[in-house]
Each structure stands twice: as structure tokens, then as C-alpha cells.
Design a binder for this molecule. Structure first.
Ligand code: AKG
Length: 511
């Protein structure tokens, strides 16, 4: 119960297409000492460098942990073997760090402020930035002006004249916690070259719609399409922040659980250094600012969009996505069994995609498909799980998608995306005849009321959609069903052919 508050808030931050991601901190993957960072004191730099595995590096812009927290392993190397965490917490010391933070997440700002003066350990826990981030978002929604730290943002919102000085940045010596350290590490880790270099996606330039359908959509295979955004005004115009801020004015965009003006969001994203930066992910951007809709057009490959038959009752389908380096979408499958395209207008994104039958390592979907548990952050997934895919027979499809390029995400594919620099993109989800049957199957599942998303009337969506298709394209569903059955029969017989020797009639299984 206690973990509900933080997990509920944290699950909403990555991507608002998928609301039911639960995040869990995995054990830090900490092995070898490495180089010190220039702005740190000797013991801190040793502490932090020891936390870095060979090949990891900390961003040059990073400063040391705000409160001097060190990874637990360093306790064994310290001459005193004293961890101020335990005596400082009193009876609470039997709780795990995660439990303590869950407990503190139930407190208001005043209580956290008072508790912070109990001991060094309380000070460290009560100043944990994600607690203050939740408080800012709960209390001020999107109406805050981020000033580099969540706690001081909160205090300045309440008390604009308060001079924070160094009050919030006391360093505590001899405090060891993997959980708290990992949060700092993930916020400050540079993406490793080997996480970025693998480019296994198929790339195409100038293919016809028929080729796209035949080679990729029919086969449900991802592809990166180059050179198909040449007519987009957005490609030039949206690089200019002033243009965007002017056109968007005071409009509020969805940013995790709150709405923010674009100018305020840029103010935040310019100075944020956190593990899971807030992500602007808005499904109504065209309705809110129609001129944005005229700055782009759907690439020709994706124009068949059967959900459009539902008019205003169609589930959310188009999003503008804006975020700083390190923001992104943790592993998920797109809603309602739709396929999607994602076009980068500015910046670049690293993609990792797994086919529907391969659950990515570290990701645990619930049996009914309504929830997904995954590591707290994308960078944590790279640290702790990316390496595991190296020896897999079915390795993920990967790429870096740059401005002007489009990734096609076939239905059912797991995918993770991280922005490598400040990025702006548009994504749309759609239903064509190639995935119509999948979508209909999905909409009529017994737990549709929990599974279907992006619309209010989840239970009746199946009937409405089916009727709309029958009215506009009579007989299409039956034709597609017959074709699918035929294909399934062919696949079955080819499997049978592969395990039997049909001429001799004998079994061909070998071990
Ligand atoms: O963060 C992104 O750009 C990827 C978005 C995404 O995965 C999605 O829209 O399904």
C-alpha cells in the first residue's frame, strides 16, 4: 500500500500512451573503481568512481551527489566502517531505503522540513529530490518555475523571497545507500558507446507504399524510413523555440500528471538533471494549437487509418513529444494493439525494439496484460539489462533515429526510447487492414475495460468500431478473416512439413 503513491506518480512520467507501467529499482550493477571527477572532494570522488564499472562515465556537467551519499560497497573500504544511516534512523533503520521513501512520500512539505532536522540520516532522506518533485507537482501542478532543484522550487513557490543559499546542500559524511546513490548515478551517467552503436534496423529511402506494405507492414517488421518528411514545415520551424512558444502562448500541454505552458516546460528541461525527466507528451496538441497540425502531414505509408471512422470517438492517436536528453519512454507495447510511426523533428532518439513473442529482460508484464513492471528508469535498464541481450538468439532491433527520419513500430512490439539530446517528435498510432483483426480481437477481450486506453467508452469500442467498418467497408472483416485463416493453415502445414518427411511418412524429429 505504501509504495502506491510513489509508484503511481512515477509510472505516469515516461509516456502517457501507457499509463500502467510500474517501476522498481533494481540492484545497482557496481563493480570496478574508475576515474575521479574534478569537482569532487577526494573521498566523494573515490566513492563515486568506485561505483562505476569499466566503461561507464559520468557526464562532464555532473556535480557530486548533493548530500554526499555513497554506494553501500564503499562502507567496506572505509576506515571507520560506520554508516550514519542506521543510528540516525532509530527504529526506522530496519526498513529498507525504498520503504522509508514510500513512507516519507505520505508526508507534506512542512513535516519533511521538520523531520530533516532530526539527524543526518533523516536529513538525507527528507531531502531526496523525487519526494519534493511529487510535492511540487501535487501542490502547484504545472504552475511552477523550476530553479534547478525540486526542494528549492517548492520553497520558492511558497516563499519567493526565501534565500536558499546553501541550506539545501549540506554534505553528510559516512552515509551509504545503494538505493539513493543509484538515483544520482542514473541521473548523471553518460550513455555508453556500446549502447548506441548497434544499428540493426532495416533502413529504406524512397520506397513505394506497396513495398512498405509488402515488406514491413504485412510482415509486422520495424523499419526506419528516411527522406519522407521533406515537405514538413515543422522540420525547420520547430527548431526555433521562439516560434513554438509564440504560437503556443499560454496553452497547457500534458507533462506527466500536470499541464505546463511550453515556455515553462523549456525552463524546466533546460536545467533539469534527474533520472527520469518529465516528458511532454500531448495527445491534443493539434486541437489546442491548430497551426502545429498544419506544420506536418501523415507520411504516405500511414494514411490508411481505420480508427478515423469513429470520428471524435476514436481513442487518442497523435502526440507531440518533447523532452531533454535522458527523457524517454520505458518498455511498453502500444495501446489497443495499434501500430505507430514516430517522426523525429529535432534531436535524436535511441530505440530498442523486441518482437511480440520476446519479453525484454527486466520487464514483467502481468498475466492479464494490464500492468507492466520495469526498472525505475531507462538508464537503469541499460545499466542492468542491456548486456543480457548480447547473447540472445533473438536480439532486439536497434537504431538511433535522427531528425527527418521515421521509425515504424509494428503492433505488439515492445519498445524503449531514450532521447540522446533535446528532442521533438510526432507520433501517431493507427489501424490499417494489416492490423485490423488484431485490434478488433484486442477490443473484445473480457478485460477490455482495463486494457483499452485513450478513450472513455472502453467497453463499447469494439461494437462501435466493428459497426463503423461494416458500414463503410462491408465484407472487409470477413475477407480478412478468411485470408488470416488461410495463412494460419499454410503456416501449420509448413510446420508439419518441417517435422515430418511427407514422402516417406516417417517422423523427422531429431535431437
Ligand atoms: O519517446 C518517444 O519518442 C517514443 C514514444 C513511444 O514509444 C510511443 O509513442 O509509443
Amino acid at each position: 500500500m505504501l509504495s502506491r503513491k510513489t509508484s503511481l506518480l512515477s509510472q505516469l512520467f515516461h509516456n502517457n500512451k501507457t499509463k500502467k507501467n510500474k517501476s522498481k529499482r533494481t540492484k545497482p550493477h557496481i563493480k570496478k573503481p574508475k576515474f575521479p571527477h574534478k569537482t569532487q572532494s577526494k573521498s566523494e570522488s573515490q566513492a563515486q568512481s568506485e561505483a562505476l564499472e569499466e566503461g561507464f562515465s559520468i557526464k562532464s556537467s555532473a556535480s557530486s551527489h548533493t548530500h554526499g551519499v555513497q554506494p553501500l560497497g564503499n562502507l567496506f573500504l572505509s576506515s571507520s566502517s560506520f554508516n550514519s544511516r542506521n543510528p540516525g534512523l532509530g527504529n526506522l533503520c530496519t526498513l529498507s531505503d525504498e520503504q522509508i521513501l514510500d513512507l516519507f512520500a505520505l508526508l507534506g512539505a512542512k513535516d519533511l522540513g521538520v523531520l530533516a532536522s532530526v539527524s543526518k540520516a533523516f536529513y538525507v532522506f527528507c531531502n531526496h529530490e523525487p519526494l519534493w518533485r511529487n510535492l511540487v507537482l501535487e501542490n502547484f501542478k504545472g504552475g511552477f518555475l523550476f530553479n534547478g532543484y525540486w526542494k528549492s522550487t517548492y520553497v520558492n513557490a511558497v516563499c519567493p523571497d526565501f534565500d536558499f543559499g546553501n541550506v539545501g546542500c549540506l554534505k553528510v559524511r559516512d552515509f551509504y545507500s545503494d538505493y539513493l546513490f543509484q538515483s544520482w548515478l542514473c541521473a548523471n551517467l553518460e550513455m555508453k558507446f556500446e549502447w548506441l552503436e548497434r544499428d540493426s534496423i532495416e533502413r529504406r529511402r524512397g520506397i513505394s507504399v506497396e513495398e512498405f506494405v509488402l515488406d514491413f507492414e504485412e510482415l509486422n517488421r520495424p523499419v526506419l524510413l528516411e527522406g519522407c518528411l521533406e515537405r514538413w514545415g515543422a522540420l525547420d520551424k520547430w527548431k526555433d523555440r521562439d516560434y513554438l512558444i509564440r504560437e503556443c502562448g499560454d496553452v497547457g500541454f500534458s507533462v506527466g500528471p500536470v499541464e505546463m505552458k511550453l515556455g515553462d516546460y523549456f525552463g524546466y528541461s533546460d536545467s533539469v538533471k534527474e533520472e527520469r525527466p518529465l516528458y511532454l507528451f500531448d495527445p491534443k496538441f493539434v486541437e489546442k494549437v491548430p497551426v502545429l497540425g498544419s506544420d506536418y502531414e501523415v507520411p504516405e505509408y500511414f494514411r490508411e487509418d481505420l480508427f478515423s471512422l469513429l470520428g471524435s470517438e476514436r481513442p487518442d492517436y497523435r502526440w507531440v513529444i518533447i523532452g531533454p536528453a535522458g527523457s524517454g519512454s520505458s518498455f511498453h507495447i502500444d495501446p489497443n494493439s495499434t501500430s505507430a510511426w514516430n517522426a523525429v523533428i529535432k534531436g535524436s532518439k535511441k530505440w530498442v525494439l523486441f518482437p511480440p513473442d520476446v519479453v525484454p529482460p527486466g520487464v514483467h508484464p502481468s498475466p492479464d496484460g494490464t500492468e507492466v513492471a520495469c526498472p525505475v528508469s531507462i538508464i537503469e535498464w541499460f545499466m542492468n539489462f542491456y548486456g543480457a541481450t548480447k547473447d540472445w538468439k533473438k536480439r532486439p532491433v536497434e537504431c538511433v533515429c535522427k531528425a527527418g527520419e521515421v521509425v515504424f513500430v509494428p503492433n505488439g512490439w515492445w519498445h524503449l526510447v531514450i532521447n540522446l539530446e533535446e528532442s521533438i517528435a510526432i507520433t501517431q498510432n493507427y489501424v490499417s487492414r494489416r492490423n485490423l483483426l488484431n485490434v478488433l480481437d484486442f477490443l473484445k477481450r473480457p478485460n477490455a475495460s482495463e486494457l483499452v486506453s485513450g478513450t472513455r467508452d472502453r467497453v463499447n469500442l469494439y461494437d462501435k468500431f466493428r459497426n463503423a467498418i461494416e458500414a463503410s467497408f462491408p465484407g472487409t472483416i470477413d475477407q480478412l478473416t478468411i485470408k488470416a485463416e488461410e495463412k494460419a493453415r499454410q503456416n501449420k502445414s509448413s510446420f508439419w512439413d518441417s517435422v515430418t518427411d511427407s514422402k516417406v511418412g516417417a517422423f523427422k524429429f531429431s535431437f
